[in-house]
Design a protein around this ligand. Sequence first.
Ligand code: SAM
Length: 496
Amino acid sequence: MSDRYFQSRYRAHKYWGRRPWYAVRALIERHSAPGEVVLDSFCGSGTTLVEALATGRRAVGVDLNPMAEFITRVTVTPADTRALERAFTRLRDRVEGDIHALYAQDPDTITPRHWYPTDVLPVSRFGVMLKDAGMTVADLFSPRNLAATALLWDAIQCLECGPTTRDLLRFSFTAALAQFTKMIRTKKDGTGWWVNAYRIPRSYRENNVWHSFENKLRVVVRMKEETNALLGPVSIATPDAPDPDASCTLRLGSATDLSFLPDESVDYIFIDPPWAIKYFDLSVLWCAWMGFSLEFDREIFPWQEEFRQDMERSLRECARVLRPGRTLTLNFATRYTGVLNEWRDAVEATGLDWIGIEPLQQDQLSFVQRQHETALKGNYLLHLRKHATGQAVAPVETPPPVTAEEMERMVRALLEERGPLTYDDIFQALYPALARRHLACDLYSVLLYGFGYHNGDSEEGLWSLEEGNADPRLSHTAPPRLRRSHDTAEPCLPFD
Ligand SMILES: C[S@@+](CC[C@H](N)C(=O)[O-])C[C@H]1O[C@@H](n2cnc3c(N)ncnc32)[C@H](O)[C@@H]1O
């Protein structure tokens, strides 16, 4: 594993779909200069903002998930780590003994004495399974750990400290929260919340809440020492505290409305919209304790009807605020050409020029990419540029789509030359040709119906010429194939 993966600022709090910071930094350095404005309107845990600030740019971030806004804000806000240590000592004096005492008691006699959330967990691919419908956030905890967690949360809320310190304590709490639940396996490799769903394994570990919190707080202190040194005196503008000279602007809101930004005011945009993960479902655990409400019906998600329209509105807003002659980079990761086509149509509607596609630099695979044979192993970057004349929306000449026959010929020639390949290998080999046609193709359907799919002994699914290609049936509307996840034996779709 690469050392550069283990930066404290990205280890402190989990967020799904975080992109490698060194790749994001390289893009920022390539497409903008110090002092310029960099925007990410799907900013998630704030990788783009942190790297923009670290390289002397001004950063603007938007996300509709309050947890994303919170993680980003706490990460970039300068903080006094000694004040945090002092607050932690007071907190320890107040609750450590009481929490440890719970672990000496008969667990059957324990009932929580403080508030805890009872929000119902969503039933979805990334929530809980249908058979567990009605399960609440509290059900994820053993009675003892629920009592300990509620006690700790109450003490954090009541502690005498400044707002920045309290936010760091809350940040440490939510960062450690999954460790307090029954979702942690007893297996050696199961120390984290890796499966992107709320699943209680048959055999789970009951971590001591105080120890898990204390360990996390140590990581958060290191994160703050790192970001204080790296980012310097960041000033943050919010709707409540507008500041035209701030180095960072952060908004909790939808990427479809960037009206707080004037036309042509941004020098570089990097966005990474959702591809396969429902971020809001996975944030319910954190948001329930934080008291944040999630606007589920405004979340952008590829398998929803409004996806094309929402992406188009978001991209049009990006095109509006981008300065003429400057670049917008879109991270994309999907094998479903139906989704890709909708997304591509939304891109075309902006009138921005297609500059090129390249793979996102990634030193190592994520847990999901390693565990799920059908998971895409890589992300791709589409670079678009606004006309130097400043036309935000110009009529574009869209190249004709790649027909199924053309697509099949390309894949066949490739497989004949190189033998069985993964989807990523095929996409990587063909994307220069596909990009020239603005990705208007149905690669996945051609593979699904035209070629055999091999699971074999290989960790990755391999596509080959060996079977299933006698009678290719091509379809743009084919539903994705359901496969079984290793972890849960529950049918699930591939993840990004
Ligand atoms: C792939 S993640 C971004 C991860 C980010 N690049 C990082 O490194 O942490 C996509 C983000 O889009 C956000 N999102 C979903 N719908 C949105 C909307 N309508 N407006 C803004 N953000 C939205 C999700 O909350 C999620 O944080």
